[in-house]
Design a binder for this molecule. Structure first.
Ligand code: NAD
Length: 388
Protein backbone atom coordinates (compact mmCIF):
# COMPACT_ATOMS: atom_id res chain seq x y z
CA UNK A 1 0.00 0.00 0.00
CA UNK A 2 1.44 3.41 -0.93
CA UNK A 3 2.05 6.13 1.66
CA UNK A 4 -0.69 8.13 -0.06
CA UNK A 5 -3.22 5.27 0.19
CA UNK A 6 -2.39 4.72 3.87
CA UNK A 7 -2.90 8.44 4.49
CA UNK A 8 -6.25 8.39 2.68
CA UNK A 9 -7.47 5.53 4.89
CA UNK A 10 -6.24 7.19 8.07
CA UNK A 11 -7.76 10.55 7.15
CA UNK A 12 -11.15 8.95 6.49
CA UNK A 13 -10.92 7.02 9.81
CA UNK A 14 -10.03 10.25 11.67
CA UNK A 15 -12.86 12.16 9.95
CA UNK A 16 -15.39 9.61 11.24
CA UNK A 17 -14.09 9.88 14.81
CA UNK A 18 -14.13 13.69 14.98
CA UNK A 19 -17.84 14.50 15.26
CA UNK A 20 -17.39 17.77 17.14
CA UNK A 21 -14.92 19.17 14.61
CA UNK A 22 -17.03 17.80 11.73
CA UNK A 23 -20.18 19.61 12.91
CA UNK A 24 -18.20 22.83 13.50
CA UNK A 25 -16.58 22.74 10.07
CA UNK A 26 -19.92 22.00 8.39
CA UNK A 27 -21.38 25.10 10.04
CA UNK A 28 -18.37 27.29 9.11
CA UNK A 29 -18.49 25.90 5.58
CA UNK A 30 -22.16 26.78 5.15
CA UNK A 31 -21.39 30.35 6.22
CA UNK A 32 -18.20 30.48 4.05
CA UNK A 33 -16.53 32.09 7.05
CA UNK A 34 -13.06 32.23 5.47
CA UNK A 35 -14.08 33.38 1.97
CA UNK A 36 -11.23 35.33 0.38
CA UNK A 37 -8.91 34.89 3.40
CA UNK A 38 -5.42 33.38 3.36
CA UNK A 39 -4.57 31.23 6.38
CA UNK A 40 -0.89 30.64 7.17
CA UNK A 41 -0.97 27.17 8.75
CA UNK A 42 1.77 25.57 10.80
CA UNK A 43 0.82 22.41 12.63
CA UNK A 44 1.95 18.77 12.41
CA UNK A 45 0.73 17.60 9.00
CA UNK A 46 -0.94 14.28 9.80
CA UNK A 47 -4.41 12.79 9.26
CA UNK A 48 -6.24 14.61 12.10
CA UNK A 49 -4.94 18.06 11.20
CA UNK A 50 -5.73 17.23 7.55
CA UNK A 51 -9.42 17.05 8.53
CA UNK A 52 -9.16 20.61 9.86
CA UNK A 53 -7.40 21.88 6.70
CA UNK A 54 -10.07 20.23 4.55
CA UNK A 55 -12.76 22.15 6.46
CA UNK A 56 -10.89 25.47 6.26
CA UNK A 57 -10.60 25.05 2.47
CA UNK A 58 -14.31 24.18 2.24
CA UNK A 59 -15.14 27.35 4.20
CA UNK A 60 -13.41 29.43 1.52
CA UNK A 61 -9.83 29.80 2.79
CA UNK A 62 -6.62 29.69 0.82
CA UNK A 63 -4.32 27.65 3.08
CA UNK A 64 -0.51 27.85 2.88
CA UNK A 65 0.86 25.14 5.15
CA UNK A 66 3.98 23.70 6.71
CA UNK A 67 4.43 21.19 9.51
CA UNK A 68 6.78 21.06 12.45
CA UNK A 69 10.29 19.71 11.91
CA UNK A 70 10.46 15.95 11.51
CA UNK A 71 6.76 15.18 11.97
CA UNK A 72 5.25 15.76 8.51
CA UNK A 73 3.61 12.65 7.06
CA UNK A 74 4.14 12.99 3.33
CA UNK A 75 1.19 10.81 2.30
CA UNK A 76 -1.02 13.28 4.16
CA UNK A 77 0.88 16.23 2.67
CA UNK A 78 0.15 14.81 -0.81
CA UNK A 79 -3.56 14.54 -0.02
CA UNK A 80 -3.61 18.13 1.25
CA UNK A 81 -1.94 19.36 -1.95
CA UNK A 82 -4.55 17.53 -4.05
CA UNK A 83 -7.32 19.31 -2.14
CA UNK A 84 -5.79 22.68 -3.04
CA UNK A 85 -3.73 23.39 0.07
CA UNK A 86 -0.29 24.87 -0.70
CA UNK A 87 2.08 22.58 1.23
CA UNK A 88 5.69 23.76 1.48
CA UNK A 89 7.29 20.75 3.21
CA UNK A 90 9.43 18.34 1.18
CA UNK A 91 11.00 15.04 2.32
CA UNK A 92 14.45 15.65 3.79
CA UNK A 93 13.76 19.26 4.81
CA UNK A 94 16.14 20.44 7.55
CA UNK A 95 16.28 23.49 9.78
CA UNK A 96 17.24 25.78 6.81
CA UNK A 97 14.12 24.71 4.94
CA UNK A 98 12.02 25.49 8.03
CA UNK A 99 13.33 29.08 8.03
CA UNK A 100 12.62 29.45 4.33
CA UNK A 101 9.06 28.03 4.64
CA UNK A 102 8.30 30.38 7.55
CA UNK A 103 9.51 33.29 5.41
CA UNK A 104 7.42 32.20 2.42
CA UNK A 105 4.23 31.95 4.47
CA UNK A 106 4.87 35.38 6.03
CA UNK A 107 5.52 36.78 2.52
CA UNK A 108 2.14 35.41 1.39
CA UNK A 109 0.60 38.03 3.71
CA UNK A 110 -1.75 35.75 5.66
CA UNK A 111 -5.01 37.24 6.97
CA UNK A 112 -5.03 34.63 9.72
CA UNK A 113 -2.27 32.48 11.20
CA UNK A 114 -2.58 29.11 12.90
CA UNK A 115 0.72 28.43 14.64
CA UNK A 116 2.37 25.72 16.71
CA UNK A 117 5.41 27.13 18.47
CA UNK A 118 4.92 30.85 17.58
CA UNK A 119 7.73 30.81 15.00
CA UNK A 120 5.32 31.67 12.19
CA UNK A 121 3.84 34.51 14.24
CA UNK A 122 7.40 35.71 14.88
CA UNK A 123 8.21 35.47 11.13
CA UNK A 124 5.12 37.60 10.34
CA UNK A 125 6.12 40.20 12.94
CA UNK A 126 9.70 40.33 11.59
CA UNK A 127 8.39 40.68 8.01
CA UNK A 128 6.19 43.61 9.09
CA UNK A 129 2.99 41.65 8.38
CA UNK A 130 -0.10 42.26 10.44
CA UNK A 131 -2.69 39.53 10.08
CA UNK A 132 -6.20 40.10 11.51
CA UNK A 133 -5.28 37.59 14.19
CA UNK A 134 -3.63 34.29 15.02
CA UNK A 135 -4.04 31.20 17.12
CA UNK A 136 -1.21 29.44 18.95
CA UNK A 137 -1.57 25.75 19.71
CA UNK A 138 1.09 24.93 22.24
CA UNK A 139 2.76 25.63 25.58
CA UNK A 140 6.13 26.33 23.98
CA UNK A 141 4.58 28.91 21.66
CA UNK A 142 2.79 30.54 24.59
CA UNK A 143 6.18 30.83 26.36
CA UNK A 144 7.71 32.46 23.26
CA UNK A 145 4.80 34.94 22.94
CA UNK A 146 5.00 35.91 26.61
CA UNK A 147 8.81 36.00 26.85
CA UNK A 148 10.88 36.68 23.68
CA UNK A 149 7.95 38.33 21.82
CA UNK A 150 6.38 40.20 24.70
CA UNK A 151 4.91 43.52 23.47
CA UNK A 152 6.01 42.79 19.88
CA UNK A 153 2.82 41.28 18.47
CA UNK A 154 0.36 43.95 17.33
CA UNK A 155 -2.52 41.60 16.51
CA UNK A 156 -4.60 39.27 18.72
CA UNK A 157 -3.30 35.77 19.33
CA UNK A 158 -5.73 33.30 20.89
CA UNK A 159 -3.66 30.78 22.83
CA UNK A 160 -5.48 27.47 22.44
CA UNK A 161 -3.15 25.97 25.01
CA UNK A 162 -4.59 28.29 27.69
CA UNK A 163 -7.99 26.63 27.36
CA UNK A 164 -8.75 24.45 30.37
CA UNK A 165 -10.40 22.04 27.94
CA UNK A 166 -7.24 21.54 25.91
CA UNK A 167 -5.16 21.17 29.07
CA UNK A 168 -7.40 18.42 30.43
CA UNK A 169 -8.41 16.55 27.30
CA UNK A 170 -5.30 16.88 25.16
CA UNK A 171 -2.26 17.73 27.30
CA UNK A 172 -3.14 15.56 30.28
CA UNK A 173 -5.10 12.62 28.87
CA UNK A 174 -4.22 12.69 25.16
CA UNK A 175 -0.49 13.25 25.62
CA UNK A 176 -0.30 11.06 28.73
CA UNK A 177 -1.90 8.11 27.00
CA UNK A 178 -0.15 8.47 23.62
CA UNK A 179 3.35 9.18 24.97
CA UNK A 180 3.32 6.13 27.24
CA UNK A 181 1.80 4.05 24.46
CA UNK A 182 4.44 5.23 21.93
CA UNK A 183 7.29 4.40 24.32
CA UNK A 184 5.93 0.94 25.07
CA UNK A 185 5.30 0.14 21.39
CA UNK A 186 8.62 1.56 20.14
CA UNK A 187 10.60 -0.44 22.70
CA UNK A 188 8.36 -3.51 23.12
CA UNK A 189 9.09 -3.06 26.84
CA UNK A 190 6.72 -3.46 29.80
CA UNK A 191 6.67 -0.67 32.38
CA UNK A 192 5.72 -2.88 35.34
CA UNK A 193 7.91 -1.94 38.34
CA UNK A 194 10.11 0.16 36.08
CA UNK A 195 11.27 3.43 37.64
CA UNK A 196 9.95 6.13 35.30
CA UNK A 197 11.21 9.67 35.91
CA UNK A 198 9.01 12.44 34.50
CA UNK A 199 10.56 15.90 34.14
CA UNK A 200 7.79 18.50 34.50
CA UNK A 201 4.58 17.94 36.44
CA UNK A 202 2.56 20.32 34.27
CA UNK A 203 -0.41 19.22 32.19
CA UNK A 204 1.50 16.76 30.00
CA UNK A 205 3.66 15.49 32.86
CA UNK A 206 0.59 14.79 35.04
CA UNK A 207 -0.89 12.68 32.25
CA UNK A 208 2.36 10.82 31.51
CA UNK A 209 2.78 10.03 35.22
CA UNK A 210 -0.83 8.83 35.45
CA UNK A 211 -0.71 6.57 32.38
CA UNK A 212 2.74 5.20 33.30
CA UNK A 213 1.29 4.25 36.70
CA UNK A 214 -1.67 2.56 34.93
CA UNK A 215 0.99 0.42 33.22
CA UNK A 216 2.52 -0.57 36.56
CA UNK A 217 5.47 1.85 36.70
CA UNK A 218 6.90 3.47 39.84
CA UNK A 219 6.86 7.13 38.85
CA UNK A 220 9.14 9.89 40.16
CA UNK A 221 8.38 13.53 39.31
CA UNK A 222 11.08 16.21 38.90
CA UNK A 223 9.37 19.58 39.20
CA UNK A 224 10.88 22.93 40.31
CA UNK A 225 7.52 24.54 41.15
CA UNK A 226 6.84 23.49 44.78
CA UNK A 227 3.05 23.76 44.33
CA UNK A 228 3.06 21.31 41.43
CA UNK A 229 5.64 19.14 43.19
CA UNK A 230 3.26 18.94 46.16
CA UNK A 231 0.45 18.01 43.81
CA UNK A 232 2.61 15.17 42.43
CA UNK A 233 3.26 13.94 45.96
CA UNK A 234 -0.46 14.18 46.83
CA UNK A 235 -1.21 12.21 43.67
CA UNK A 236 0.97 9.47 45.13
CA UNK A 237 4.18 9.93 43.11
CA UNK A 238 7.69 10.32 44.50
CA UNK A 239 9.26 13.74 44.03
CA UNK A 240 13.01 14.18 43.77
CA UNK A 241 15.84 16.34 42.42
CA UNK A 242 17.10 15.57 38.90
CA UNK A 243 20.26 13.94 40.29
CA UNK A 244 18.38 11.92 42.91
CA UNK A 245 15.66 10.80 40.49
CA UNK A 246 17.78 9.63 37.56
CA UNK A 247 20.30 7.68 39.67
CA UNK A 248 18.12 4.58 39.54
CA UNK A 249 15.92 5.40 36.51
CA UNK A 250 14.82 2.87 33.93
CA UNK A 251 13.05 5.48 31.79
CA UNK A 252 13.40 9.28 31.74
CA UNK A 253 10.71 11.35 29.99
CA UNK A 254 10.81 15.14 29.56
CA UNK A 255 7.65 17.26 29.33
CA UNK A 256 8.64 20.80 30.29
CA UNK A 257 8.65 23.02 27.18
CA UNK A 258 12.13 24.17 28.27
CA UNK A 259 15.56 23.52 26.76
CA UNK A 260 18.33 21.31 28.17
CA UNK A 261 16.40 20.23 31.24
CA UNK A 262 18.35 16.99 30.88
CA UNK A 263 21.91 18.21 30.21
CA UNK A 264 24.67 15.87 29.11
CA UNK A 265 26.28 16.02 32.57
CA UNK A 266 23.06 14.50 34.02
CA UNK A 267 22.85 11.84 31.30
CA UNK A 268 26.41 10.88 32.24
CA UNK A 269 25.24 9.95 35.76
CA UNK A 270 22.45 7.62 34.58
CA UNK A 271 22.53 3.85 34.96
CA UNK A 272 23.33 1.47 32.14
CA UNK A 273 20.41 0.83 29.70
CA UNK A 274 18.32 3.81 30.75
CA UNK A 275 15.82 4.90 28.08
CA UNK A 276 15.39 8.62 27.29
CA UNK A 277 12.35 10.08 25.57
CA UNK A 278 10.93 13.55 25.10
CA UNK A 279 7.26 14.55 25.01
CA UNK A 280 7.87 18.30 24.74
CA UNK A 281 7.47 20.38 21.64
CA UNK A 282 11.12 20.82 20.68
CA UNK A 283 13.96 18.31 20.44
CA UNK A 284 16.13 20.38 22.81
CA UNK A 285 14.75 19.25 26.22
CA UNK A 286 17.32 16.46 26.30
CA UNK A 287 20.80 17.70 25.33
CA UNK A 288 20.88 15.56 22.20
CA UNK A 289 23.47 17.75 20.46
CA UNK A 290 26.10 17.15 23.16
CA UNK A 291 25.09 13.50 23.63
CA UNK A 292 25.55 12.93 19.91
CA UNK A 293 28.96 14.66 20.05
CA UNK A 294 30.23 12.71 23.06
CA UNK A 295 28.66 9.36 22.19
CA UNK A 296 27.24 9.14 18.64
CA UNK A 297 24.00 7.19 18.43
CA UNK A 298 23.66 3.90 16.61
CA UNK A 299 20.23 2.87 15.35
CA UNK A 300 19.34 -0.45 17.01
CA UNK A 301 15.62 -0.63 16.22
CA UNK A 302 13.25 1.77 14.41
CA UNK A 303 13.52 5.16 16.24
CA UNK A 304 15.72 3.69 18.98
CA UNK A 305 19.34 4.84 19.21
CA UNK A 306 22.05 3.40 21.47
CA UNK A 307 24.70 5.83 22.79
CA UNK A 308 27.69 4.18 24.42
CA UNK A 309 29.12 6.39 27.14
CA UNK A 310 32.69 6.35 28.41
CA UNK A 311 33.06 3.54 30.95
CA UNK A 312 30.90 1.12 28.95
CA UNK A 313 27.40 2.24 29.99
CA UNK A 314 24.84 2.61 27.20
CA UNK A 315 21.90 5.02 27.18
CA UNK A 316 19.08 4.61 24.68
CA UNK A 317 17.33 7.57 23.07
CA UNK A 318 13.99 7.46 21.27
CA UNK A 319 13.40 9.44 18.07
CA UNK A 320 16.53 11.60 18.53
CA UNK A 321 14.76 13.44 21.35
CA UNK A 322 11.90 14.58 19.10
CA UNK A 323 8.30 14.64 20.30
CA UNK A 324 7.97 10.92 20.92
CA UNK A 325 4.26 10.33 20.32
CA UNK A 326 4.62 11.80 16.82
CA UNK A 327 8.16 10.81 15.92
CA UNK A 328 8.29 7.17 17.13
CA UNK A 329 6.15 4.02 16.85
CA UNK A 330 4.41 5.04 13.64
CA UNK A 331 3.90 8.64 14.71
CA UNK A 332 0.17 8.50 15.24
CA UNK A 333 0.20 11.25 17.89
CA UNK A 334 -2.55 12.17 20.31
CA UNK A 335 -5.78 10.16 20.28
CA UNK A 336 -8.25 11.33 17.63
CA UNK A 337 -10.83 12.31 20.27
CA UNK A 338 -8.36 14.65 22.01
CA UNK A 339 -7.62 16.33 18.69
CA UNK A 340 -11.34 16.50 17.89
CA UNK A 341 -11.61 18.86 20.82
CA UNK A 342 -8.34 20.79 20.30
CA UNK A 343 -8.92 21.35 16.58
CA UNK A 344 -12.50 22.47 17.24
CA UNK A 345 -11.10 25.15 19.56
CA UNK A 346 -8.78 26.12 16.69
CA UNK A 347 -11.57 26.28 14.09
CA UNK A 348 -13.92 28.29 16.32
CA UNK A 349 -11.15 30.70 17.39
CA UNK A 350 -10.07 31.32 13.77
CA UNK A 351 -13.71 31.94 12.83
CA UNK A 352 -14.09 34.43 15.72
CA UNK A 353 -10.98 36.29 14.50
CA UNK A 354 -12.17 36.22 10.87
CA UNK A 355 -15.53 37.72 11.87
CA UNK A 356 -14.60 40.20 14.56
CA UNK A 357 -10.85 40.55 15.15
CA UNK A 358 -11.49 44.13 16.32
CA UNK A 359 -13.18 42.78 19.47
CA UNK A 360 -9.85 41.36 20.67
CA UNK A 361 -6.84 43.06 22.24
CA UNK A 362 -3.44 42.70 20.55
CA UNK A 363 -1.14 40.00 21.95
CA UNK A 364 -1.69 36.61 23.55
CA UNK A 365 -5.02 35.89 25.25
CA UNK A 366 -7.08 32.89 26.29
CA UNK A 367 -9.80 31.17 24.27
CA UNK A 368 -13.07 33.12 24.78
CA UNK A 369 -15.27 31.48 27.41
CA UNK A 370 -18.29 30.92 25.10
CA UNK A 371 -16.07 28.89 22.75
CA UNK A 372 -14.87 26.75 25.68
CA UNK A 373 -18.42 26.17 26.92
CA UNK A 374 -19.85 25.40 23.49
CA UNK A 375 -17.01 22.96 22.74
CA UNK A 376 -17.21 21.24 26.15
CA UNK A 377 -20.95 20.71 25.73
CA UNK A 378 -20.52 19.32 22.22
CA UNK A 379 -17.76 16.97 23.37
CA UNK A 380 -19.85 15.70 26.31
CA UNK A 381 -22.73 15.04 23.92
CA UNK A 382 -20.40 13.20 21.53
CA UNK A 383 -19.51 10.93 24.47
CA UNK A 384 -23.20 10.30 25.21
CA UNK A 385 -23.01 12.40 28.39
CA UNK A 386 -25.41 15.13 29.43
CA UNK A 387 -24.23 18.33 31.14
CA UNK A 388 -26.66 19.80 33.68
N1 NAD B 1 3.56 15.47 22.84
C1 NAD B 1 2.51 16.18 22.49
O1 NAD B 1 1.68 15.76 21.69
C2 NAD B 1 2.29 17.52 23.15
C3 NAD B 1 0.99 18.07 23.23
C4 NAD B 1 0.82 19.27 23.94
C5 NAD B 1 1.93 19.93 24.47
N2 NAD B 1 3.19 19.40 24.30
C6 NAD B 1 4.40 20.04 24.80
O2 NAD B 1 4.76 19.50 26.07
C7 NAD B 1 5.52 20.47 26.81
C8 NAD B 1 4.89 20.67 28.20
O3 NAD B 1 3.57 21.17 28.05
P1 NAD B 1 2.60 21.35 29.33
O4 NAD B 1 1.28 21.73 28.77
O5 NAD B 1 2.72 20.19 30.23
O6 NAD B 1 3.28 22.63 30.02
P2 NAD B 1 3.10 23.11 31.54
O7 NAD B 1 3.55 24.52 31.57
O8 NAD B 1 1.74 22.77 32.04
O9 NAD B 1 4.15 22.20 32.32
C9 NAD B 1 5.55 22.31 32.19
C10 NAD B 1 6.13 21.97 33.56
O10 NAD B 1 7.54 21.82 33.44
C11 NAD B 1 8.11 22.36 34.63
N3 NAD B 1 9.51 22.66 34.41
C12 NAD B 1 10.08 23.78 33.89
N4 NAD B 1 11.42 23.65 33.88
C13 NAD B 1 11.71 22.43 34.39
C14 NAD B 1 12.91 21.73 34.64
N5 NAD B 1 14.11 22.26 34.34
N6 NAD B 1 12.84 20.49 35.17
C15 NAD B 1 11.64 19.92 35.46
N7 NAD B 1 10.46 20.55 35.25
C16 NAD B 1 10.49 21.78 34.73
C17 NAD B 1 7.26 23.61 34.90
O11 NAD B 1 7.40 24.05 36.24
C18 NAD B 1 5.87 23.08 34.59
O12 NAD B 1 5.25 22.52 35.73
C19 NAD B 1 5.51 21.73 25.94
O13 NAD B 1 6.67 21.76 25.14
C20 NAD B 1 4.30 21.52 25.05
O14 NAD B 1 4.39 22.28 23.86
C21 NAD B 1 3.37 18.20 23.69
Amino acid sequence: MSERAVAEGRISWARRRMPVLGATLAELGQRRVFDGLTIGFRLHLEPKTAVLVEGLLAAGARVVAMGNEGTTQFGTAEALAEWGCEVLDRPGDGRDAVGSHLGRIAAAGPDLVLDNGAELIEACVRAGRSPKGATEETTSGAFRLREALTGAVGFPVIVINDSPLKAIVENKHGVGESVVDAIVRATNMSLHKKRVVVFGYGWCGRGIALYARHRGADVVAVEPDPVKALEAAMDGFDVDTPEGAVGSADVVITATGRERVVPYELIDTMPDSVLLANAGHTDAEIDVVRLEREAPGELVSPSLYAHELAGGRTVFLLAKGRIVNLAAAGGIGNPIEAMDLGLTLQARSLAALANSAGDYQPGPQPVPRPINEQTATAMLESMGQTPT
